[in-house]
Design a protein around this ligand. Structure first.
Ligand code: CO
Length: 148
């Protein structure tokens, strides 16, 4: 009995580790104004997501800045224009955060930023998008984010 319990504990720990690993995301932006993926997802079991954005290019953030902003699909245009209004001193991230689910700072070539955010307010039935709010970038630099 004891050995069965021990094995069960081991399995649970293993499962916990696996689900934790799946809650970590990594995405890259480059000097060609592109992310390396157009689709990100995490399992519904994640309570928190850890996301790392890496700028793998060489250009400075004033010329080829990248950030990663998560919004509901329907809020993309609004948050994008709010970001432009906020401007470079605020990393093109709206000062009013009410529609911003998560955001990294604005990066230049060779830089990276890691953020964690709660999935508490996210729903598997809602459509989410991530994008870069640097002027002119979201046409190419966007993708879907889902909870599966
Ligand atoms: Co960008």
């Amino acid at each position: 009995m004891r050995s069965i319990l021990t094995s069960l504990c081991g399995l649970l720990l293993l499962a916990a580790n696996i689900s934790k690993a799946n809650c970590n995301l990594e995405i890259e932006g480059n000097d060609a104004m592109q992310f390396n993926t157009k689709e990100l997802s995490v399992p519904a079991s994640c309570t928190e997501v850890k996301l790392t954005l890496k700028h793998v290019g060489k250009l400075p953030k004033t010329a080829m800045g990248h950030n990663w902003i998560l919004v509901k699909e329907k809020d993309l245009q609004t948050v994008s224009s709010q970001g432009l209004t906020a401007g470079p001193t605020h990393d093109y991230i709206p000062q009013d955060k009410s529609l911003v689910i998560a955001s990294t700072k604005l990066l230049g070539g060779g830089e990276q930023d890691t953020i964690t955010f709660s999935t508490k307010a996210l729903s598997p039935s809602e459509k989410y998008l991530f994008f870069c709010s640097f002027p002119g970038h979201f046409a190419l630099m966007k993708g879907s984010f889902s909870i599966k």
